[in-house]
Write a protein that binds this ligand. Structure first.
Ligand code: AMP
Ligand code: MG
Length: 357
């Protein structure tokens, strides 16, 4: 039996300013369905800026989806995954995102892994068939998984178009896949990346503030039209609509905040009455079910998205230990039961909390 629901674990808590008949900044928002989930795009600025800003933001999201979706067989990544050894090269921008994933893999000892796709598919098919994968199936698939299978080297050449702020570059670039059998999913960071790109488009359009949220991954900047700060609710993993707390950007900053939530309560398969998360521990080949919900604040939505998935695998102790060494990254892990939730915070998380229930 397959149960499948899309997560929207971060919701926007505060209502936006209402109808804009007064002079001053105006607000416009749209709530399209994109990347298989609901999104919220908000622009604040002068009347003439709003529609172009939202259209540009939407175009960025569609572009990311066309390149990175693993559900669309025609996406750049799906064509790469379907090909053999002589698969055409991936674009620089996609390489850059893979590189970000590789850095996260190294930091997390492989808890995060962009090559996990065959395991994701194995567990998804097992869910549809209503039976656990056999040890033989797991062993076979695990041979094709492992971020080390993508060769990396450094330092980055000065003329590289796929430069990123990390110690290594992905060498499968150039003109072919390079490594047979490797398949890549960027699903654990693509939504965050799309949020970053879409919000950058709102800024470029000259807006004074904006917010983009896709399926629980969110980033905002500036202040709402009424001058108040954006507020972001963190939802309980067990009860839709019930907020555990509300977050807000630090008062001293420019209103910038990026937040992502990963959880195994909205997306899972059920086999023999047991729920298995859609997040896989690549080190064991099995679903990571220890933490019902992880919320991460980071400098970008892509980083928040990636860390939220990684911490779901690492668990409370190891996850929080790692986060303490990451500048600008804070986390909240929710464990326990609906009637007795346990909240585990990194040392700086509470600076962002404005209310706790
Ligand atoms: P998220 O919802 O951001 O936590 O991303 C989860 C999605 O990323 C899953 O549906 C898989 O496609 C993929 N995924 C699962 N486990 C991992 C992992 N350990 N590292 C990277 N991606 C993963
Ligand atoms: Mg993620």
């Amino acid at each position: 039996m397959l149960s499948f629901r899309i997560a929207i674990a971060v919701v926007i808590a505060a209502a936006l300013a209402g109808c804009d008949s007064e002079p001053g900044p105006q607000t416009r928002r749209v709530t399209p369905v994109v990347m298989g989930t609901t999104a919220r795009l908000v622009a604040v600025g002068e009347e003439g800026q709003l529609d172009p800003a939202l259209s540009a933001a939407r175009a960025e999201i569609d572009d990311v989806n066309e390149r990175l979706s693993t559900y669309n067989p025609d996406s750049e990544l799906s064509r790469f995954n379907a090909g053999g050894e002589n698969t055409p090269q991936l674009g620089w921008s996609t390489m850059d995102i893979i590189g970000t994933g590789q850095v996260l893999s190294e930091k997390t000892g492989g808890a995060f892994d962009v090559t996990v796709l065959p395991l994701v598919q194995l567990w998804s098919e097992a869910g549809k068939a209503g039976r656990l994968p056999t040890e033989a199936e797991l062993a076979e698939v695990r041979q094709r998984v492992g971020y080390q299978r993508i060769p990396v080297t450094g330092p980055t050449p000065p003329d590289a178009a796929f430069y990123w702020d990390g110690p290594a570059i992905v060498m499968m670039a150039r003109n072919r896949k390079g490594v047979p059998y490797v398949q890549i999913t960027l699903d654990a960071i693509a939504k965050g990346y799309a949020v970053d790109e879409a919000l950058a488009a709102v800024r470029r359009a000259g807006c004074s503030a904006g917010l983009v949220e896709i399926g629980g991954d969110l980033r905002c900047f500036g202040r709402k039209a009424d001058g108040s700060a954006w507020r972001v609710g963190v939802e309980s993993p067990w009860e839709e609509g019930k907020l555990l707390m509300t977050l807000s950007p630090p008062p001293a900053g420019d209103g910038e905040l990026a937040v992502a939530t990963s959880g195994n309560y909205r997306r899972f398969v059920t086999i023999d009455g047991v729920r298995y998360s859609h997040i896989i521990d690549p080190r064991t080949g099995r679903p990571a079910d220890a933490v019902p919900s992880v919320t991460v604040i980071a400098p970008t939505a892509m980083a928040a998205d990636g860390w939220a998935t990684a911490l779901s695998v690492l668990g409370v102790e190891k996850g929080l230990e790692l986060i303490e060494h990451e500048p600008g990254v804070e986390a909240l892990l929710v464990t326990g039961q609906p009637e007795s939730p346990r909240l585990h915070f990194s040392s700086g998380f509470k600076r962002y909390v404005v209310e706790a229930d």
